[in-house]
Write a protein that binds this ligand. Structure first.
Ligand SMILES: Cc1ncc(COP(=O)(O)O)c(C=O)c1O
Length: 364
């Protein structure tokens, strides 16, 4: 007798992560040091030194459970984003936040709306609940907000929006989102997933917590995995009104953010210098890759994140040839984009390695 899962669990396609450097080194007998990974939208600067020092200070305490309420981290978030600590839910990465939100507000059989070519975890969170996905066709590889609004049904309880979007890198302006939020029924939670917010040009940034003040159904999701350089520690958070926050905290694992992660996150949130360097390295690298694609006459989706989606034809074959050259990028056939590769922005020398390997990989 084998274990049987519910049909909606068996139907889940597993999440496909970027290929680890160690795995490629093993498979091809390559030296790890010579491999460039531009596959997981990680911060090429690594972690901030301030966070490393905070971890070292905290290390002696790992025999104890972490602070379940994350007092110091919530206080740091509260200071930085000018919201009360009672508006903050901590997550084991923002992936956890997305799942916590879905668990808290959606029952099996109810529906969740999200866009085609949007973050894979929206589908996973929906399916894991046994909820119904309403996947709305994209507009120029981004969210079609009018179509998403029209797609909301009486049983819809949540809408996921990634801004900027992964894997396409598209962006919705404050005005577009505000208009959308103003029209969504009050009983439908709008999760505004801003994982890549810190990479936006300052002229495009806006304070989405303003919508949390005005609308009890808005949940803003943020992460320390990208511009803050803490992907391996897993820290994310939601900002929402206290009633929603209280419900999300009921379904959250009590110790979902470990003590080293909490200490590192407090330090990273305060490290304006690291954040600025993350932004600059990304801005310059993105410009370089997009200009190179222009010169090579490769189609790409202009990106607002720390990655860019480029059309290469037979992406599986180009991906394989890049691997053999020691460059790991991300195929996105699982997103329904079999001709495209998603390339994360690296350090200048990593971007150069990718660009110099690309012509041969395209030529076959
Ligand atoms: C749009 C978006 N949201 C959320 C996440 C989750 O990141 P994390 O769980 O590391 O915070 C990602 C990661 O790639 C993402 O692209």
């Amino acid at each position: 007798m084998t274990l049987k899962a519910p049909g909606y669990i068996e139907a889940i396609a597993p999440y496909q992560a970027g290929k680890p450097i160690s795995e490629l080194a093993r498979e091809l007998g390559l030296d790890e040091a010579g491999i460039v990974k531009l596959a997981s939208n990680e911060n090429p600067l690594g972690m901030p030194a301030s966070a490393r020092r905070a971890i070292e200070r905290e290390l002696a305490e790992v025999g104890r459970y972490p602070d379940s309420n994350g007092f110091a981290l919530k206080a740091a978030i509260s200071r930085k984003y000018q919201v009360p600590p009672e508006w903050v839910t901590l997550g084991n990465g923002s992936n956890d936040i997305l799942e916590i939100a879905a668990h808290a507000f959606v029952s099996p059989q109810q529906s969740i709306v999200y866009s085609r070519y949007s973050f894979a975890v929206y589908a996973l969170a929906t399916q894991a609940l046994g909820a119904r996905a309403i996947v709305v066709p994209a507009k120029q590889y981004g969210h079609d907000l009018d179509a998403m609004l029209a797609a909301i049904e009486p049983d819809t309880r949540m809408v996921f929006i990634a801004n900027p979007n992964n894997p396409t890198g598209t962006f919705l302006s404050a005005a577009e989102l505000q208009r959308f939020i103003g029209r969504v029924p009050a009983g439908v939670a709008v999760v505004v997933d801003e994982a890549y917010n810190e990479y936006l040009d300052p002229a495009l940034r806006f304070d989405s917590t303003k919508w949390v003040r005005d609308h009890a159904n808005v949940i803003v999701s943020r992460t320390l995995s990208k511009a803050y350089g803490l992907a391996g520690l897993r820290v994310g958070f939601a900002i929402a009104r206290p009633e929603a926050t209280d419900l999300m905290n009921r379904v959250r694992q009590p110790f979902n953010v470990n003590s080293l992660a909490q200490a590192a996150a407090v330090a990273a949130l305060d490290d304006a210098d690291f954040l600025r360097r993350s932004f600059e390295v990304n801005r310059d690298g993105l410009k370089k890759l997009q200009s190179a694609f222009d010169a090579m006459k490769l189609e790409y989706v202009p990106s607002y994140g720390n990655f860019v989606l480029v059309r290469v034809g037979d992406a599986g074959a180009v991906f394989d040839r890049l691997l053999r050259a020691g460059v790991i990028v991300r195929p996105v056939a699982n997103y329904g984009l079999p001709q495209w590769l998603r390339v994360s922005i690296g350090l200048p020398e990593e971007n150069d390695r990718f660009l110099s390997a690309l012509p041969a990989a395209l030529a076959g």
